[in-house]
Unconditional design. Structure first.
Ligand SMILES: [Zn+2]
Length: 265
């Protein structure tokens, strides 16, 4: 079944960091400058350097948004987030960040024009990965979607300190503290949409878009990024709780290499 296959791919991505699905070599954010040269000693060339793209890729993420030129001649499709309540989310500690994997039957998706991409997982970085003039936000949320054609769409939202976010508190209170730990509880549901401000129209989101990559090994390219124009908030206490899991789990900005940014405004 087509759907099943992509769910397997999705789970592979979701647990990839934890070395469950395939024996990817260990990596950490501290050594990000040399991710590309990490060797998989069990493999011969050309599989020996599984994270080579992190070094040689020309469309790497994240970026400093101030380094990008705008191209607003492109006609942009409407971005519509349909993230209903997931009644059986999996709270997951990837070993590199805190994450929520959606359940197998979850119907949440992002729609770009007429194309739909199921929401597979969302996770957090502290501080933000995308920066403006070198300045990061307090944190960043990434909603990861994978289409039936295998295409990856990430919707990112910058996080500032402000009002407490009750949905984020559910995440903080349920992700296990040990790496690779996961938890499901029949009594705990999650509404991924309620991480976003209530003032946002989910059927017409404002965004900046550009071509990029996964921000963690294997740094695969062909990822289309949609960075929401509106910042979301968590409280200072919630940021401290986030840091108690992982701190500085953000990749540095990468070269823009002539890529342009499109925006709805
Ligand atoms: Zn991310």
């Amino acid at each position: 079944m087509k759907m099943k296959f992509f769910q397997v791919v999705a789970m592979t991505i979701a647990v990839n960091c934890a070395n469950f699905a395939f024996a990817a070599p260990h990596w950490s954010h501290d050594e990000q400058a040399t991710w590309w040269e990490i060797e998989d000693t069990s493999k011969d060339l050309p599989m020996k350097y599984p994270f080579a793209t992190c070094g040689v890729g020309q469309h790497q993420s994240p970026i400093d948004l101030a380094t990008a030129k705008f191209d607003n001649t492109r006609k942009l499709n409407k971005l519509q987030a349909s993230y209903p309540i997931d009644s059986a989310p999996i709270f997951f500690n990837s070993g590199h960040g805190i994450q929520v994997n959606t359940s197998n039957n979850y119907k949440g998706e992002i729609k770009i024009g007429e194309e739909s991409y199921p929401l597979i997982q969302f996770h957090f970085h502290e501080p933000s990965e995308h920066v403006i003039n070198g300045k990061p936000f307090a944190a960043e949320l990434h909603y990861v979607h994978i289409g039936n054609d295998g295409r990856i769409i990430v919707v990112g939202a910058a996080i500032d300190i402000g009002a407490e976010n009750p949905t984020f508190q559910t995440v903080l209170d349920n992700v296990p503290h040990e790496a690779s730990g996961q938890k499901t509880d029949a009594n705990i549901t999650i509404n991924p949409a309620s991480l976003l401000p209530a003032s946002l129209d989910p059927n017409d989101l404002d965004f900046y878009s550009l071509a990029g990559s996964l921000t963690t090994p294997p740094c695969s390219e062909g990822v289309q990024w949609y960075l929401l124009s509106q910042v979301i908030t968590i409280s200072a206490a919630q940021l401290e709780q986030l840091k108690s899991f992982y701190s500085d789990n953000a990749r540095s900005p990468q070269n823009i290499n002539g890529r342009t940014l499109s925006s709805t405004k």
